[in-house]
Design a protein around this ligand. Structure first.
Ligand SMILES: Nc1ncnc2c1ncn2[C@@H]1O[C@H](COP(=O)(O)OP(=O)(O)OP(=O)(O)O)[C@@H](O)[C@H]1O
Length: 338
């Protein structure tokens, strides 16, 4: 569970405010006014279909936006200080560190470097450890992420590792910096189902053990249900719904969240999943980005995007027609998706 009194650690949080990102050539807005925060000791999931702006958001937080896009508004704050423009897969400010892991661990590791060299390099860069002290710490890090026989593993090259082992090595490398926050962009997508579950368990365990603030990017609501304390639902570069994960998944108020839930295969339910009509790539010229696919849309939805407003305890929704508070019935969700 996250700390009970979040205000006590408020000034230690990682936050984005009004984040807006545009395509450099067309000027098209890809992410618009996104704002949320993560405190140490909690896992926040950024969820949405392909193209909703999850990766751009996390890359902006790391100052690593690709060349084709530009941040046109907003800032990133760490412990109250503006870190917008700080760049790297780890960022340090006054002893607070943000570290990151990405989808394809094999691609992130240098094929010419052994695991030992990679970890020693991380430990030297972040903590000036070298020699026997670095070796001891590297072995401890590998042990901490559940990799047996660390001494042997230190001599292995990335191509000798399974996908799950490589992701554990990346996590060990990220932890070498002693981060307070870990940003994880689809860390399990490239892995088989069993390994996915193991890596999620590891992240949840680390979050508790190290008191980490974890920001997890995923398109999978099952992952959110499993490990997130809070969730931010993105669509078309805008926040659709946000709040306590159990509350949002149990009683979604935005038709898009409800549609995502209805599209999930559920082995405990006889109801077949209902695909969301249309395609997430369809971007309307105006209004709520979800309106062309939404069964509840009216002319108001085509005119201007609704702003995010508080709709209940720890729950916000950007919708002119939010679902009633106990609308978690298949019938209403089916109606919502048209
Ligand atoms: N380098 C780029 N140049 C131009 N447009 C881009 C670039 N990178 C992403 N986009 C566009 O920005 C939007 C958001 O992309 P983003 O990668 O953040 O989505 P995502 O939610 O992470 O999706 P996925 O789950 O597929 O990774 C998409 O419409 C995408 O086409």
């Amino acid at each position: 569970m996250p700390p009970a009194d979040l205000s006590a650690v408020e000034d230690g949080r990682l936050a984005v405010r009004d984040l807006t990102i545009a395509a450099r050539d067309s000027g098209g807005i890809l992410v618009s006014g996104v704002a949320f925060s993560v405190v140490p000791g909690e896992t926040v999931a950024l969820v949405g279909e392909s193209g909703s702006g999850k990766s751009l958001t996390i890359l902006a937080m790391l100052g690593l936006l690709p060349g084709g896009v530009v941040q046109t508004a907003g800032d990133v704050r760490l412990g109250g200080s503006d870190i917008t423009g700080f760049a790297g897969d780890s960022i340090r400010l006054r002893g607070r560190v943000i570290a990151a892991i990405f989808q394809d661990p094999q691609a992130s590791l240098d094929p010419r470097w052994t695991v030992g060299r990679y970890l020693r390099d991380q430990l030297f860069r972040h903590r000036r450890l070298r020699g026997a002290a670095a070796d001891r710490e590297a072995a401890a890090l590998l042990d901490g992420v559940g990799l047996p026989q660390p001494e042997r593993l230190m001599k292995s090259y990335p191509h000798e590792l399974s996908g799950g082992m490589a992701q554990r090595v990346m996590i060990a490398g990220a932890l070498a910096a002693r981060p307070r926050f870990l940003l994880a962009d689809e860390p399990t997508t490239a892995l088989d189902v069993t390994t996915q579950a193991q890596i999620l368990d590891l992240l949840a365990d680390l979050q508790k053990r190290e008191g980490l603030g974890v920001l997890l990017v995923t398109h999978d609501l099952g992952v959110v249900a499993e490990i997130a304390h809070r969730v931010v639902v993105l669509y078309g570069g805008r926040i659709m719904e946000t709040g306590d994960a159990a509350r949002v998944l149990g009683h979604p108020r935005h038709p898009y969240t409800a549609a995502l839930l209805a599209a999930m295969p559920d082995i405990t339910d006889d109801m077949p999943p209902v695909a969301i009509p249309g395609h997430p790539g369809e971007r309307p010229a105006s209004g709520c980005p979800f309106h062309p696919r939404c069964g509840l849309a009216t002319s108001a939805c085509e005119t201007a995007p609704p702003s995010l407003r508080e709709i209940g305890p720890e729950q916000g929704v950007a919708c002119y027609h939010p679902l009633p508070s106990a609308a978690m019935t298949q019938g209403l969700i089916r109606y919502a998706v048209g």
